[in-house]
Design a protein. Structure first.
Length: 78
């Protein structure tokens, strides 16, 4: 690979499509990075949906009746 510092030797890419070098290797690596990011985003979306549905399905706590003024500090409605 030619860079501003001269020639750099890089390992070949060996994958399901065979051995890739040069620009084809860079293209394949970019595709894999994009696919990995898409998977991460899909997992994050599923987690958000799952936690949102879990919050909606939880039973809500109910007050123990109409609020009444307590006569002493030690008494409460519950």
């Amino acid at each position: 690979m030619l860079t501003s510092h001269g020639v750099e030797l890089r390992d070949v890419y060996v994958g399901p499509e065979g051995v890739l070098t040069g620009s084809m290797r860079l293209v394949q690596e970019a595709k894999e990075r994009e696919a990995a990011e898409a998977r991460r985003q899909a997992i994050a979306r599923k987690r958000r949906r799952s936690s949102a549905s879990a919050r909606r399905s939880r039973p809500r706590s109910r007050p123990c009746g109409p609020r009444r003024r307590a006569r002493s500090s030690s008494s409460s409605c519950c």
